[in-house]
Design a protein around this ligand. Structure first.
Ligand code: SF4
Length: 375
């Protein structure tokens, strides 16, 4: 069964009402319950859980340490192109925004990649606007030729593709797929995605499933925090992640927490999410899904990122540039969003170690595939 059908069993307004109806006693029961049912998860997302943040944080810390140890993976994004045919109301790359556009040549990508490699990264996330006429399969294959010798793990966060294209990308060395649903509210989704292929809610929602079927080893997901009620969004995010974990049990599923940041077009988030809300969401998801990875980007401030390290995070980006060509040179191209944590990767790594955690720059090598096939 497609996740789209699962989603339809839970009308948005009913979920919102269930969450609002939770009481302190529901929350007390939920915090100590493992494994956790959906009903408990709803309680942890509720306003009634706000006085229990400390307890939730302690449980989240404990569960994360049991499942993952005291390690934080580090990765860097590399923006290939900010050309985009879509009109997402919240994004600086929106086709309507008169900003400087750039698509890197495979040679320019290699220059950027060497810079990122020099900083110590071996996990790379390739990002692009929705421009399939420019970021073609041939282009991606040429880029991957250049990148494979430098990185142990390459993930993509580009426009959704079909299963056949994903199989080809896996053959060319991509092992991870990240796609954010932005919002699980199907009607509001159309309000935010004004035109372009991205307007197709169901095509986007089915992307992690197409990726899982194709065999990606890592599946990344998330909702754009600030578009709709984060409590309900969090419920659907947890439901979706649980579905992926159960269906694609060989893949590692991780959840990102992109919170809307200032971008070209001066978009004001309609449903702002506070720091305390973010902590509640992250810890509730950890208690509901102890095996899911939790990813934190440089959208968040240094102080907040430092605070979240022991609370359930398993992976962080660092030193990020969100404009194509921004690592090796000062690029004139428009960034997707303003980075809040501008510290160099080595400073972020020192901060992580100062909290008693190891930094992991590489936890995988394509050679493992040959061993597992031979076994
Ligand atoms: S969010 Fe993605 S698809 Fe939408 S305008 Fe930005 S780059 Fe394009």
């Amino acid at each position: 069964m497609e996740f789209y059908h699962e989603l339809q069993k839970y009308p948005w307004d009913e979920v919102e009402a269930w969450i609002e109806s939770r009481t302190a006693s529901h929350v007390e029961t939920a915090v100590g319950t493992q494994p956790m049912q959906l009903e408990n998860f709803l309680s942890l997302l509720s306003p009634a859980a706000e006085p229990f943040l400390e307890e939730m944080a302690q449980c989240s810390h404990r569960l994360t340490e049991q499942r993952f140890g005291k390690v934080i993976n580090l990765f860097a994004p590399l923006y290939l192109s900010n050309v985009c045919t879509n009109r997402c109301a919240y994004c600086g790359f929106n086709a309507d925004n008169p900003v400087a556009r750039l698509t890197l040549t495979p040679e320019q990508v290699e220059t950027e990649a060497k810079f990122i490699h020099e900083m110590g990264f071996r996990h790379l996330l390739l990002v692009s606007g929705d421009s399939p006429h420019i970021v073609t399969m041939e282009y991606l294959h040429a880029v991957l030729e250049k990148l494979r010798p430098l990185f142990a793990s390459i993930s993509i966060e580009i426009f959704p593709l079909d299963g056949g294209a994903y199989c080809k990308l896996i053959e060319h060395g991509v092992d991870g797929l990240t796609v954010f649903q932005e919002t699980y509210h199907e009607d509001r989704y159309r309000d935010f995605h004004l035109s372009g292929k991205k307007r197709d809610f169901r095509w986007r929602l089915g992307t992690p499933e197409r990726g899982g079927d194709a065999g990606f080893r890592r599946l990344g997901m998330g909702a754009l925090l600030g578009l709709c009620n984060w409590r309900v969004e969090g419920f659907f995010l947890g439901l979706h992640a649980r579905y992926l974990l159960r269906t694609f049990w060989k893949s590692h599923v991780s959840i990102s927490f992109p919170r809307l940041r200032p971008a070209a077009g001066a978009y004001v988030p309609p449903s702002p999410v506070s720091d305390a809300n973010m902590v509640q969401l992250l810890t509730a998801l950890r208690l509901f899904l102890p095996d899911a990875g939790m990813v934190l980007s440089t959208r968040e401030s240094p102080v907040f990122r430092d605070h979240l390290v022991p609370l359930g995070v398993t992976s962080m980006s660092a030193g990020s540039r969100t404009e194509p060509g921004g690592y090796a040179h000062d690029s004139d191209a428009e960034p997707q969003f303003e980075v809040a944590d501008e510290r160099p990767p080595r400073v972020v790594a020192e901060m992580i170690r100062s909290k008693g955690y190891d930094t992991v720059w590489k936890d995988w090598d394509p050679a493992f595939l040959h061993y597992s096939k031979a076994g």
